[in-house]
Design a protein around this ligand. Structure first.
Ligand code: ZN
Ligand code: ZN
Length: 624
């Protein structure tokens, strides 16, 4: 059974968290309403099978629904089949959903009598001053939305009645094609100290085609799981002897990473960035000055003591880049300065949230800090977006979901920094997105206290979104470190500071990249671009010559000279997702050529070596 922690810890891009539904009937039933009704029908089926079930909550989620149950024994796959069968009968019975309201005391008496103590807890909690919170999935569930003031609403279908704010479809027959997916453990109210319930996930769609398409996407996502591909393709590994959340890059993953790093460094150099290196640890006072010790300590590793000094492992690179800026007096004429670094940082993450390369405890940010004058901010943000789009598009991502986090206009006191600087920064970020024709959502009140930011999710080949990039204006660190430049007027001025990571971290980005391409990377990124496959042992010598010639031309090519049948070699190369297979037999050896077979299955026939080299070199150059 997979462990599900609090909803807030579910990985982005994976199972999405429950979203609260608006209470109230009278709407056109939408797909979420239908899914929530399916959750009720599932609970009814479970209650038929286990009359003593204790009910948790059962909301609709993106793409489906779940319900949490306390049951006398663990569920088996057969149970899910049985529950699904019972659900089908309940849907066919086509009975109505009926709403009724009780006052608090009557509702408490009813659920107490039925032994539904989780429902009792919710009613007691929310009618005695407890607050709904998105962090507590139960208090924010449609179930709990049935509790409004002193009134409690209930929904019944057939023999099943639940605490619920609705809405629901009119009749069970309106529930579309559905399927139960899996069960997992889930703590009541996401709290590890509370009982662990059994959560059943299901999905329901308006049509069979949509259900089939969804199940296909799920299957495809399983096949593309970067953790499995990471092992199969020799990309990365985790070791119990090293520790959880600390990836080690295997030979192929390291090659892939270095190709991306080289590309990233080149593009940054061309865009006027200066590369710097900074250490892994810094004195504790550095982190006091930066403020990390007060607001980020729970994510930092304990101090290292040496020579009666305390050092801390770096969770961020910013304070180091600030030292580079501060090493001498800066004149307005030398701004902007842009420092970049592939900076490895360490952050403590709870064990339950670690997930392959997507969430680790040590990772390398593609970090940069820009220091500029107020009149340069516009051009700098525009430059960042230009560079970002070039990187994302070249690496294969063409769709984005973007949020602009700005101040809460009704609560301006809680932000630090001068009002006109905030206004300027917000306007600059907004204009830059508009000028790049990037659609975005303006999220009022979602800015952190020290500056507005742009958050960017990349959409992958399956339409899943992954938070990777951030462009953050910072009014805090320039104050804390007293950053200045001498203006044209000879006086001291504060520069603007912008933090930005465009891929996020190399670990997370490459995890996403693996799933995006299903491990079949375009030629320029493929760790092994070609493999030479001699048909018989007598072709090995010429095959070795071919391999060397391609390697000398700068291509990443291997030789498979095992005494295996060539079909087995082709199958293995296919599994390794190598773009070019170069088959060598008698004819090829004689003609100084190779029969080219592509990963797609297409045969290009025998090509002269020069032509093969030219073709792969062109793909490298064009990054296609
Ligand atoms: Zn409900
Ligand atoms: Zn930073």
């Amino acid at each position: 059974m997979a462990q599900v922690r609090a909803v807030g810890s579910v990985q982005e891009g994976m199972a999405p968290p429950a979203v609260a539904e608006a209470a109230g009937d009278g709407r056109v039933p939408d797909v979420r309403t239908m899914r929530h009704s399916a959750a009720h029908v599932m609970a009814e089926a479970v209650q038929e099978l286990f009359p003593d079930v204790r009910l948790g909550i059962g909301p609709a989620i993106e793409d489906g629904f779940y319900y949490d149950f306390e049951l006398p024994r663990p569920l088996t796959p057969d149970d899910l089949t049985e529950i699904e069968g019972r659900m089908r009968r309940l849907v066919q019975a086509d009975v109505p959903f009926q709403r009724r309201e009780l006052d608090r005391d009557a509702a408490l008496a009813l659920f107490r009598e039925r032994g539904q103590h989780y429902k009792v807890e919710l009613i007691e909690d929310l009618t005695s001053g407890g607050e709904r919170s998105a962090r507590d999935e139960a208090s924010d569930s449609p179930d709990a939305r049935g509790i409004q003031g002193g009134r409690v609403s209930l929904y019944r279908q057939g023999a099943f009645e639940d605490l619920c704010g609705g809405p629901h479809v009119g009749r069970t027959g309106e529930i579309g094609p559905f399927k139960l997916l899996r069960s997992a453990g889930a703590y009541w109210r996401g709290d590890e100290k509370r009982p662990q319930l059994q959560r059943i996930y299901g999905t329901a769609w308006p049509s069979q085609e949509e259900l089939d398409a969804y199940l296909w996407r799920q299957e495809e996502a399983r096949k593309r799981d970067h953790r499995r591909l990471g092992t199969d393709l020799g990309l990365f590994l985790f070791s119990d002897q090293v520790g959880a959340g600390l990836p080690i890059w295997g030979e192929h993953g390291a090659l892939l990473r270095s190709i991306i790093e080289d590309f990233w460094k080149d593009e940054h150099r061309k865009s006027g960035y200066q590369y710097v290196y900074s250490p892994q640890i810094g004195l504790i006072d550095l982190w006091k000055t930066s403020g990390h010790l007060s607001f980020y300590r729970q994510n930092m590793y304990a101090p290292i003591e040496m020579d009666e000094q305390q050092f801390m492992l770096k969770p961020m690179n910013c304070p180091f880049h600030i030292q580079v800026y501060k090493r001498r007096v800066r004149s307005y004429r030398e701004l902007p300065v842009r420092y970049n670094e592939l900076g490895t940082v360490y952050r403590y993450e709870p064990a339950g949230t670690l997930h392959g390369l997507l969430r680790t405890r040590g990772f390398t940010q593609d970090d940069s800090h820009i220091f500029c004058r107020p009149d340069q901010l516009d051009a700098e943000v525009t430059g960042v977006l230009d560079l970002a789009l070039r990187l994302w598009r070249t690496l294969g991502f063409h769709e984005y979901q973007i949020e602009l986090a700005v101040r809460d206009p009704h609560n301006l006191d809680k932000y630090m920094g001068a009002d006109e600087r905030w206004a300027q920064a917000e306007a600059v970020l907004e204009r830059a997105l508009q000028n790049h024709q990037l659609p975005f959502r303006r999220a009022e009140g979602e800015a952190v206290f020290y500056g507005p930011k742009i958050d960017i999710h990349l959409l992958d080949a399956l339409g899943r979104k992954w938070q990777c990039s951030t462009i953050q204006v910072d009014f805090n660190l320039p104050e804390r470190f007293d950053l200045n430049y001498v203006g044209e007027d000879g006086a001291q001025h504060r520069p603007f500071m912008v933090h930005r990571a465009l891929l996020g971290s190399l670990e997370r980005f490459i995890g996403v990249l693996i799933e995006h391409y299903g491990g079949a990377f375009p030629t320029w990124l493929a760790p092994v671009q070609g493999i030479v496959l001699p048909i018989a042992d007598r072709h090995n010598d010429y095959a070795a010559t071919v391999c060397r010639e391609l390697q000398d031309a700068g291509l990443r090519v291997d030789l498979d000279d095992r005494s295996e049948r060539v079909n087995a070699k082709i199958r293995d190369a296919q599994l390794q997702k190598i773009p070019y297979m170069l088959v060598i037999g008698d004819r090829e050896a004689e003609a100084r050529s190779a029969a080219v077979r592509l990963r797609s299955g297409e045969n290009l026939g025998a090509l002269p070596l020069g032509e093969i080299i030219e073709r792969i070199t062109r793909e490298n150059r064009d990054r296609s």
